[in-house]
Design a protein around this ligand. Structure first.
Ligand code: SF4
Ligand code: SF4
Length: 101
């Protein structure tokens, strides 16, 4: 299956905000404050390393998830660090945890 196209660069540059949820083929994973795009994630772990509050954790395969939304300060480090634009801020966030272990 072909790798999904990345979101338009102008949408990324605007501080990680998204103007609409995402292209359907990107299979976004809404996790409260953040939106993850597993299809673009190369599981490098950079986002988890730069997170100052340990709000992010990684699944065994390296995919990050928001383990504790209360710890997330929306500092923007994770989505600004991700080389693949695989994390963005959720403009409709309600602060829920990812719920995935
Ligand atoms: S926005 Fe900041 S605090 Fe929240 S998960 Fe990303 S790096 Fe951690
Ligand atoms: S920095 Fe981006 S590509 Fe790397 S693990 Fe995090 S979401 Fe995936």
């Amino acid at each position: 299956m072909a790798k999904p196209a990345k979101p338009p660069i102008d949408r990324i540059i605007k501080s990680g905000l998204v103007s609409k949820p995402a292209a359907p083929q990107a299979e976004p994973h809404f996790a409260g404050k953040l939106i993850f795009f597993p299809g673009w994630c190369k599981k490098c772990g950079l986002c988890t390393v730069v997170c100052h509050s340990e709000a992010l954790k990684q699944h065994k395969d390296g995919t990050p998830y928001l383990a504790d939304a209360k710890k997330c300060t929306l500092c923007s480090l994770c989505w600004r660090t991700c080389p693949d634009f695989a994390i963005v801020k959720n403009p409709d966030e309600k602060g829920e945890d990812d719920g995935a272990e």
